[in-house]
Ligand binder design. Structure first.
Ligand SMILES: NC(=O)c1ccc[n+]([C@@H]2O[C@H](COP(=O)([O-])OP(=O)(O)OC[C@H]3O[C@@H](n4cnc5c(N)ncnc54)[C@H](OP(=O)(O)O)[C@@H]3O)[C@@H](O)[C@H]2O)c1
Length: 231
C-alpha cells in the first residue's frame, strides 16, 4: 500500500488530498495543528481506516523531529508539503509591510518544507516512489508577476521554488525526486469564494501529475494540469 504524508490536512487543499488518496486506497498520514478540532478530518479517519491523524505545527521544528522519530522505520512514498499561509492583505502591501509576520511566512512556507525533507528523507528513501512535493504558487513566479503586491507571499513561494529546485539536484544521486506544484486558483479559505477552480478538480489534477512522475520530471514547476510554469 502506497503511503502519503500530508501537512495542513485539516481543511482546504490538504483535506481534499486526504479524501482522494484515502479513496484511492493509499495509507494517509494526515498532519495538522489541532487534531482534536479537525472535525472533517476525524470524520474521514473514522470512515477510512487507512487515515491516521498526527499533530504537527510545521514551524515547530521539534515537532517535525518528534514525528519523524515516531514514524522511524516506516516508508513514505510521497511527502506532501501543503501547509501554507498568505500573511494578510494589508501586511503584504508595500507601505504597511509586517516584517515580523514576513519572518513567520518564510518559516512556514519555505523553511518548514525543507526541514520536513531533511527529517523525512530516510522514510522517503525507503519507499518505492521516493517523491517530495511542495505546493507552491504561480505567485512565486518572478517572470509571471505583472500585478505586484503580495510581497510576503510572493517572496516566500519564490524562495520555496529556489530551495526545492536545489533539493531536486542535491537528491538526484539518491533517487529521490522533487516536484513543485501550483494548484491553480482554488476555492478554499486562502483562495476565497471567487476562485474558479474547486478543490476536487485541483487535487485530481495534481494527483495525476504525481502519478505520472518519473525521475526526468524532478525539479519541475508545474500546474495542476501538468503544464510547465515560468520561474
Ligand atoms: N487556494 C489557492 O488558490 C492556492 C493557490 C496557490 C497555492 N496555494 C497553496 O496551497 C496550499 C494550501 O492552501 P489552501 O488554499 O488549502 O489554504 P487554507 O485553506 O488557508 O489552508 C491552509 C492549511 O495550512 C495549515 N497551516 C497553516 N499554518 C500552519 C502551521 N504553522 N502548521 C501546520 N499547518 C499549518 C492550516 O491549518 P490551520 O487550520 O490549523 O490554520 C490549513 O490546514 C498552501 O501552501 C497555499 O499557499 C493555494
Amino acid at each position: 500500500m502506497a503511503t502519503v504524508l500530508i501537512t495542513g490536512a485539516n481543511r482546504g487543499l490538504g483535506l481534499e488530498f486526504c479524501r482522494q488518496y484515502a479513496e484511492a486506497g493509499w495509507r494517509v498520514l494526515a498532519c495538522c495543528r489541532n487534531p482534536e478540532h479537525a472535525a472533517d478530518l476525524r470524520g474521514l479517519a473514522s470512515r477510512q481506516g487507512a487515515v491516521s491523524l498526527h499533530r504537527l505545527e510545521v514551524d515547530h521544528f521539534d515537532q517535525i523531529d518528534a514525528l519523524s522519530q515516531e514514524l522511524a522505520g516506516q516508508s513514505i512514498d510521497v511527502l506532501l508539503n501543503n501547509a501554507g499561509i498568505y500573511g494578510g492583505s494589508k501586511q503584504n502591501r508595500f507601505g504597511s509591510l509586517d516584517y515580523q509576520l514576513w519572518t513567520k511566512v518564510f518559516r512556514v512556507n519555505v523553511q518548514a518544507p525543507l526541514k520536513m525533507a531533511e527529517a523525512f528523507l530516510p522514510h522517503v528513501e525507503r519507499s518505492s516512489r521516493k517523491l517530495i512535493v511542495a505546493i507552491t504558487s504561480l505567485m512565486g513566479s518572478v517572470s509571471d508577476n505583472t500585478s505586484g503586491g503580495s510581497i510576503l507571499y510572493r517572496s516566500s513561494k519564490a524562495a520555496l521554488n529556489a530551495a526545492m529546485k536545489s533539493l531536486s539536484i542535491d537528491l538526484r544521486g539518491r533517487g529521490v525526486g522533487v516536484l513543485l506544484l501550483h494548484p491553480g486558483w482554488v476555492r478554499t479559505d486562502m483562495g476565497g469564494s471567487s476562485a474558479p477552480t474547486l478543490p476536487a478538480e485541483s487535487i485530481a489534477g495534481m494527483r495525476r501529475v504525481i502519478e505520472a512522475y518519473g525521475p526526468q520530471h524532478s525539479g519541475r514547476f508545474l500546474n495542476f494540469k501538468g503544464e510547465e510554469l515560468p520561474w
